[in-house]
Write a protein that binds this ligand. Structure first.
Ligand code: C2E
Ligand code: CA
Ligand code: CA
Length: 458
């Protein structure tokens, strides 16, 4: 009987002949998958496809020259190739992505596959040594198994791995997901949302809700954060977790930023006209917006249009947005925005790796202590220690502080006692449509201190 080894060698030769005809890396991968699928009907093995994407690839792209970047990508590809068997395949796709097909001799369990994906991540994370520097990157991985998910073609399997990668990236850096059918359904929903996105933005269905922030010292409203909401005709109110990836994929984040800035400044102007005391309004901005050369000009134009002083606008920046050095366009733009007079809040503080560096490197006015450190802060000694350390660091750096995601009276009381500057969260109010925010401010105007809050703050 013909040995398994001979069968594999013949099929490897067949694969090589097939790939000689295939033109693009993507075609080569899908054909490798289909060839394995044909083999799989005769033997027990199945094909596994991994799509690997370097985390924050755009930042890497900005940071390294074309030549260095090409070299880094090639070294990583060689590294992956070196770890594979001859019947497996790795191809570089666009935008810092690699596709890998593995054709094991036995059916792999989910655990086996995740172990391999973890090995791929470890290979990528070994620093790449260049002439004068070294690059250290991480990667997110999406994987799909051809047989178990009944994916009918190489294209479908590759697409499934890409869908899993999308979910992995949203949990990244170093995210990892194996495709399951529900991911396909979610991707279908995102595709459907993607079709409606432009019309929704144009019609005003995507708009800002406003969540109050209070000063824990004066107990007064110190500002509002604008948070995006999509009022969908069929699906009702959709949250940013669901639609931001859709807008990102559609290249609409700048359009969202413009809409949110306009809504926020219009709301502030409206509150001023009604005699309500709201010192400032905050808008979230992502890396794509902050990298754009026109961002400072756009902000200034909108401030002028609504006749709002720059120091009443806060730009919220995730600390993970900061990656490069002082020549990074994001840092340059943030410095220009700060020079214009706007304030900068560092969002989700404590969740990234670069916290203190970020505070030092751009003109941060306030840090927003991530909700994960605030939960149970009145009862949990470890949380208390973390918050105390952050507050003391902020004090040393002379930046203000805001605790986010404050949900209970006990947490509010503990934060007051600890000397935290401001608080935001369900304990104070949920994000509200602009009309309800008007009513909320009116009912909470100082003096008198609103009973619901003053009791908590005593
Ligand atoms: P974020 O900037 O950290 O915003 C705070 C999130 O926490 C909001 O979720 C808010 O509704 C929620 N939150 C507020 N208080 C509490 C609380 O007490 N408990 C809990 N569990 N959650 C609380 P949301 O509105 O779903 O927004 C999620 C994220 O989406 C935001 O996180 C922000 O990163 C992003 N986002 C929202 N709007 C925009 C936008 O206009 N542009 C950009 N680039 N990102 C946005
Ligand atoms: Ca925020
Ligand atoms: Ca936050």
């Amino acid at each position: 009987m013909e040995s398994m080894r001979n069968i594999m060698q013949r099929s490897a030769q067949r694969l090589r002949r097939t790939f000689a005809k295939a033109t693009t890396p993507r075609e080569q991968i899908t054909q490798a998958l289909e060839a394995t699928l044909r083999r799989a009907s005769q033997h027990t093995q199945n094909a596994i496809v991994f799509v690997v994407e370097i985390d924050e690839f755009q930042a890497l792209h900005r940071y390294y020259s074309g030549q260095d970047l090409t070299l880094i990508l090639k070294i990583l590809e060689d590294r992956l190739n070196g770890a594979l068997l001859s019947r497996d395949m790795v191809r570089r796709l666009d935008g810092g992505q690699y596709a890998i097909v593995i054709c094991p001799l036995r059916a792999y369990t989910q655990e086996d596959i995740l172990v391999i994906a973890g090995q791929i991540q470890r290979l990528i994370s070994v620093p790449v040594i260049l002439a004068e520097t070294q690059a250290k990157v991480t990667a997110s991985v999406g994987c799909a198994v051809m047989k178990t998910e009944a994916l009918p073609s190489g294209n479908a399997a590759l697409e499934a791995a890409r869908i899993a990668l999308m979910e992995a990236l949203s949990k990244g850096p170093s995210g990892l997901r194996l495709y399951v059918a529900q991911m396909g359904e979610r991707a279908e929903m995102r595709r459907a949302l993607g079709k409606d996105a432009r019309a929704a933005m144009a019609s005003g269905a995507i708009q800002a809700f406003f969540q109050p922030q209070i000063s824990l010292c004066t107990k007064e409203v110190s500002g509002f954060e604008a948070l995006a909401r999509w009022q969908h005709d069929d699906r009702g109110l959709i949250s940013p977790a669901e639609f931001l990836p859709v807008l990102e994929e559609a290249g609409m984040m700048r359009a969202l930023g413009q809409t949110m800035l306009r809504d926020a400044l219009a709301a502030l102007q409206g509150w001023d006209r009604q005699g309500l005391k709201v010192p400032q309004v905050s808008v979230n901005m992502c890396g794509e917006e902050l990298r754009h050369p026109d961002i400072t000009h756009d902000i200034k134009a909108q401030l002028d249009q609504f006749e709002i002083k720059p120091n009443r606008l806060v730009i919220e920046v995730l600390e993970t947005v900061y990656v490069g050095d002082m020549t990074d366009p994001i840092i340059l733009n943030l410095n220009a925005i700060s020079k214009l007079g706007c304030h900068i809040d560092l969002d989700d503080f404590g969740t990234g790796h670069t916290s203190i560096k970020s505070v030092r490197n751009f003109a941060v006015n306030r840090i927003k202590i991530d909700r994960s450190f605030i939960v149970d802060v009145d009862r949990d000694a470890e949380q208390q220690q973390i918050v105390k350390t952050i507050l003391s660091m902020a004090n040393n750096l002379a930046v203000d502080t805001l605790a986010e995601g404050v949900e209970t009276d006990g947490e509010v009381a503990h934060l007051v006692k600890s000397g935290c500057g401001h608080a935001q969260g369900f304990a104070i109010a949920r994000p509200l449509p602009v009309a309800e925010a008007y009513a909320w401010i009116k009912s909470h105007m100082m003096p008198p201190i609103p009973a619901s809050i003053s009791q908590r703050l005593q």
